[in-house]
Design a protein around this ligand. Structure first.
Ligand SMILES: Cc1cc2nc3c(=O)[nH]c(=O)nc-3n(C[C@H](O)[C@H](O)[C@H](O)COP(=O)(O)OP(=O)(O)OC[C@H]3O[C@@H](n4cnc5c(N)ncnc54)[C@H](O)[C@@H]3O)c2cc1C
Length: 468
């Protein structure tokens, strides 16, 4: 179908206001955070109701027009932007209604276009908490968060997006509506179709709404930034704090001094939030519920200090201090772009293998590019490290990036040996499709392809992504 026929078809379903092919207006839907993918789209479609999404899919399926579902366009693997140039982006932004909030019952039902930050506010206004925190929460939307099975800093206690979702409503490739919204904690009636759609990166259906879990709001947070000699000590601290605080331990993040120094150098931190220079830090947060006993964090830290696991710690005394500690963590990735080019990996290994991953990975990559500056940080408590490397000081950025494949190979070899995953939370998208076919179990790939073929036989939903 040629471009003018596609636009005429879309306009017939959505009206002139629901479609744009103007390059300037499409830019916001095409410019993705990593600035790696630059293929244009034919148009952006903006359905305003579930019925319009259904009509759009029915028409696209009949006419073999490829569709890319899109939420907040914050994905980091190019799953939400074109790979071929003949795709229509389907923005779910207009489906942004809050359908139901039941704080006492522990659930809320939101449409796919609700911004994650708004979901937090809705939960909070009802006296509850929706515990999925990611740095992009001001833009990421519920449909995108579920389709990429987002993680973030509280997975340790509450799980990733998949574990926070009770049911979804989704439009299938041929326009049929899967009505899977429910608030059931237990439902043993066969295959878990919700879990297929979550993390599918828009390749199996377009999520239009979801029922999400709500939790009681904590009364307070106890937060500390601890100085540790290395990842080994950080792991020991994690084990200790988990034992002392159990499920109240909501975050355990690892950061290297290098990343703090960069933030100070580039003016991203007003002051150093740490207790002083140390090669590594662990950012720990423990929730306190109403009537709960305070001081569990400090008691654990005292023991850690006595046993020589930590060398020092800053415990946040006010919300502003807590915010500064979290800013230092959230800005870790961003600051690297201010320092030059960087090569990034979102990977996971069993928690106990994190120190080996960091030691062996840093050494292996140093052999590939002498002088490269490792900046591994992230969710130690989940075994998920953002293993990033900044270019050697003063190096040529282009020449550095030309070695990306060699650096990746060194890291993925270690991941394979340690029984890890090449994508912990950001997904596959178009960035890692070729890699997935190399590292995933062949039977698993066959099963995934069979599911795709059954639900989208004409391959109109996000072609070229995930399975390629
Ligand atoms: C600064 C920053 C920090 C980040 N931090 C984290 C983090 O800590 N943890 C983490 O996991 N991720 C993180 N991310 C990645 C990103 O924010 C998440 O993947 C987020 O969940 C994507 O949501 P989105 O609405 O922007 O989705 P998009 O980017 O629009 O889309 C992502 C995927 O979902 C699909 N999709 C979107 N909407 C739908 C729908 N309604 N139905 C079906 N498919 C759909 C798209 O086709 C695409 O495959 C970060 C990104 C940035 C820029």
């Amino acid at each position: 179908m040629n471009i003018s026929h596609v636009i005429a078809g879309l306009t017939a379903i959505l009206g002139v206001d629901g479609v744009t092919a103007d390059p300037e207006r499409m830019a916001a839907y095409l410019n993705e955070p990593r600035k790696r993918f630059h293929v244009p789209a034919v148009a952006v479609a903006r359905p305003g109701s579930v019925a319009e999404v259904q009509a759009l899919c029915r028409w696209a399926n009949e006419n073999r027009v490829p569709l890319i579902p899109q939420g907040g366009n914050t994905g980091l693997v190019g799953a939400q932007v074109p790979v071929r140039g003949d795709e229509v982006i389907v923005s779910l932004q207009r489906l942004d209604k809050v359908r139901e909030v039941n704080a006492a019952g522990g659930h809320m039902t939101l449409e796919a276009g609700v911004i994650l930050q708004h979901a937090h506010e809705v939960a909070e206004a009802a006296g509850a908490m929706f515990p999925l925190w990611i740095a992009s929460q001001g833009s990421a939307r519920i449909g995108g968060v579920l389709s990429s099975n987002a993680g973030g800093v509280q997975v340790l206690a509450f799980g990733n997006a998949r574990e926070l979702c009770l049911g979804v409503e989704a439009v299938l490739a041929d326009g049929r509506l899967y009505q899977g919204l429910n608030a059931l904690k237990k439902d043993n009636t066969g295959y878990d179709l919700k879990d297929l759609l979550i993390g599918a990166e828009g390749t199996l259906g377009i999520i239009t709404a979801a029922t999400l879990k709500l939790f009681p709001k904590p009364q307070a947070h106890e937060t500390a930034l601890c100085s540790v000699a290395g990842p080994e000590q950080a792991l020991e601290l994690f084990y200790l704090m988990r034992e002392r605080t159990g499920s109240r331990l909501t975050a355990f993040e690892l950061m290297p001094r290098f990343g703090i120094d960069l933030q100070l150098k580039h003016g991203m931190l007003a002051r150093d939030p740490t207790a002083g220079p140390s090669p590594w830090y662990a950012l720990i947060e423990v929730n306190r519920m109403r009537g709960g006993i305070s001081g569990a964090l400090e008691a654990g830290l005292e023991e850690a200090l006595e046993r020589g696991i930590i060398t020092d710690a800053n415990v946040a005394q006010a919300e502003t201090e807590r915010a500064q500690m979290w800013a230092a963590r959230e800005q870790m990735s961003d600051v690297q772009s201010r320092e030059g080019a960087s090569i990034k990996h979102d990977i996971s290994v069993p928690v106990a293998a994190v120190p080996r991953l960091i030691a062996e990975g840093s050494a292996a990559v140093e052999r590939v590019i002498p002088g490269i500056r490792p900046c591994p940080f992230g969710h130690l408590g989940d075994g998920n490290i953002h293993f990033n490397f900044t270019q050697p000081a003063g190096a040529d950025a282009k020449a550095f990036m030309a070695r990306e494949t060699d650096v990746n190979a060194a890291i993925y070899e270690i991941i394979g040996r340690l029984g890890g995953s090449v994508s912990a939370e950001h997904g596959i998208g178009q960035l890692k499709t070729a890699l997935l076919t190399k590292v995933k179990d062949p039977i698993a790939l066959e099963m995934m392809r069979a599911v795709k073929l059954a639900l989208d036989p004409n391959g109109i939903l996000n072609p070229g992504k995930l399975l390629g």
